[in-house]
Design a protein around this ligand. Sequence first.
Ligand SMILES: [Zn+2]
Length: 265
Amino acid sequence: MFFRIYILLRIPAGEEAVVDLEKAGVSGIMRLSIKRILFIVLLLAAVLTGAALLGDAVSVFGLQGSLKGRLVALDAGHGGADGGAEGKNGVKEAELNLTLAKKLREELIARGAGVVLTREGMDALGDTKLEDMARRRDIVKDSGADCLVSIHMNKFFDTQVCGPQVFYMAGSEAGKRLAECIQARLNEAAPQQKKRIALTGDYYLLKSVEATAVIVECGFLSNPQEENLLQSSSYQTKLAKAIAGGISDFVSGEAERIPPDGSEE
Ligand SMILES: [Zn+2]
């Protein structure tokens, strides 16, 4: 950008020549040299070029990762009597899920998205597990959300197993793409060497909503190191940023796939 402006200003301004407007038959008192006119024109061109380039840069940065006009549903898994998985030191999955969902909401709002949460408190959404799950499904459906991210924490008998894992519904191409985008970002954010790939999973919410849906298992509460990590506010923020980044990657990828006339390629 600066190089181009410099070139414009360095264009030779031409011969010094006085234009006498009165002599030329034009009434008025303006007397300007061609050099001065050229200088003003070039300065204007430079300013306009600079502004245009700056405008481009701003719009590029503005669009990068933008989720403007998108509605994302976030589901903090479990709640009420169902605390979900439990860590060795007593931390409950249901609590961590909600903390992470709220952090993720902030990240998504910062990117311009609208966000709907299936639950904001620690209570269940129904008297039975079936009622609770049906209520979550209805909230997502009624919201008209573009995509759904259900937040969970994992548990496994082998306490060495660790790392975030994203699931999507088998047969959902969009679900697979969203899961892969989020998994890639989570792999960057997580400390362990072994990187995971997005997997298919047979989950009620994935199957019962129209929104492009994924389950994000943020890590293993059965692994003592990861249990501690998952409770650290800075790591939770890192995970939230990674998931938001994955959603942004998915949305910009989808925009590229669909041409401006709206027809699928
Ligand atoms: Zn869970």
